[in-house]
Design a protein around this ligand. Structure first.
Ligand code: HGY
Ligand code: MN
Ligand code: MN
Length: 360
């Protein structure tokens, strides 16, 4: 493959086809969450490379080019925004939202400049027409393991909203501030976090709400916390289900803030609508799974993926791979070599079936 780093910092390998034209994009992300496993993201990239390696070994070319993408920022672990680099490729990045700083106060602009890139360059990473986007990814859930299947066809990706919440009370002396006079930001935040869990537990099975990070100021054992900042992540299979739950949770937060005499600010960090996979590509995936000797099985993704961003550029298909105990975002993340071999066989079958549809 010819290899390049695109203006958004993505690593791209290109394998020419018999003809030029819109390429098949295969990829996933290189970045991870803090203290992560080793397969969430990189496995999909490596399987893409293996698909091309197999074609090359057989001295075959498809009628279309293939581009393997290693996206640079899917998790949003460093800057308070996620999927930045696949958005750049899909052309859906709003440059006005890129005035971002990491926890050390380093701006995205400066971080890019250190790598010879620029925010304005992000916009030029937009990809032209693409035939389709294929992403293989660990399931990050328990369904395939429960079904005793190594792989499955993804039907779509859940809708998600992500917020930054700031609760401001009044810092005070832990020994002299009576309970009645306190405006304890952390006690208020704790009530809010319990409220978010209560709403999600009462909802349908696909509804989840997570507070994954929290910061307490000033953060001293003998000071009543004056300010707390935490994140809220709300997801559901449908946009309507997600929005209704988020509204209930935020109304609950406002009531708690009033009762406890604290100020509450909620800033939207990310709004990702539910993203269905392409029905025709799902049928090709099912057929490729069947050819690989596995019973075709379809499942939805609760996790977000770059595929939901690429869906605005081209039809998307995802293949899930069983992971042990459904564990992910955790160093205990595991896949079996055998399941990866099956996934490679399925992806190659999918590519050949796609080739047959393009040729006709
Ligand atoms: O948050 C997610 O679902 C993905 O891991 N970025
Ligand atoms: Mn992840
Ligand atoms: Mn991932």
């Amino acid at each position: 493959m010819s290899v390049r780093v695109d203006p958004a910092g993505n690593l791209v390998g290109r394998y020419e086809g018999e003809r030029d034209g819109p390429p098949l994009l295969i990829g996933s992300h290189l970045d991870s969450v803090r203290d992560a496993g080793r397969y969430d993201g990189p496995l999909g990239i490596m399987l893409g490379v293996e698909c091309v390696a197999a074609l090359h070994a057989e001295e075959r070319r498809m009628s279309f080019p293939i581009e393997v993408y290693a996206f640079g920022d899917e998790e949003g672990s460093r800057f308070p925004a996620a999927m930045l680099t696949s958005r750049a490729v899909a052309g859906t990045l709003d440059p006005a939202t890129l005035d971002l700083r990491d926890a050390a106060g380093i701006s995205l602009e400066d971080a890019l400049a250190l790598n010879g890139l620029s925010v304005s360059g992000f916009a030029s990473a937009r990809h032209g027409a693409a035939l389709a986007y294929l992403e293989a990814h660990i399931e990050q859930g328990p369904v395939l393991e429960a079904e005793a299947l190594g792989v499955g066809t993804v039907t779509g990706i859940a809708a998600q909203l992500r917020y930054a919440i700031t609760v401001t009370g009044r810092a005070g002396h832990a020994g002299t501030t009576s309970m009645a006079l306190r405006r304890d930001a952390l006690s208020a935040a704790a009530a809010m976090i319990s409220k978010a869990e209560e709403v999600a537990r009462a909802g349908d099975a696909d509804l989840v709400a997570t507070v994954g990070s929290i910061e307490v100021y000033p953060g001293a054992a003998n000071v009543v916390p004056g300010e707390v900042r935490f994140t809220l992540d709300v997801r559901a299979a449908s946009d309507a289900g997600r929005d209704a739950a988020a509204l209930t949770i935020r109304s609950g937060f406002e009531a708690i803030a009033r009762e406890r005499g604290v100020r509450y600010i909620c800033r939207l960090l990310q709004d990702l609508p539910a993203s269905p996979c392409d029905p025709a590509l799902m049928a090709l995936m099912d057929a490729a799974i069947d050819d690989a000797g596995v019973s075709p099985f379809r499942l939805v993704s609760g996790a977000g993926h770059d595929a939901m961003i690429l869906a605005s550029l081209c039809p998307t298909a995802m293949l899930f791979i069983r992971c042990e105990g459904g564990i992910s975002h955790n160093p205990a993340e595991r896949v079996s070599a055998n399941d990866c071999e099956i996934a490679l066989r399925v992806m190659r079958g999918f590519i050949d079936k796609l080739g047959a549809t393009v040729r006709d």
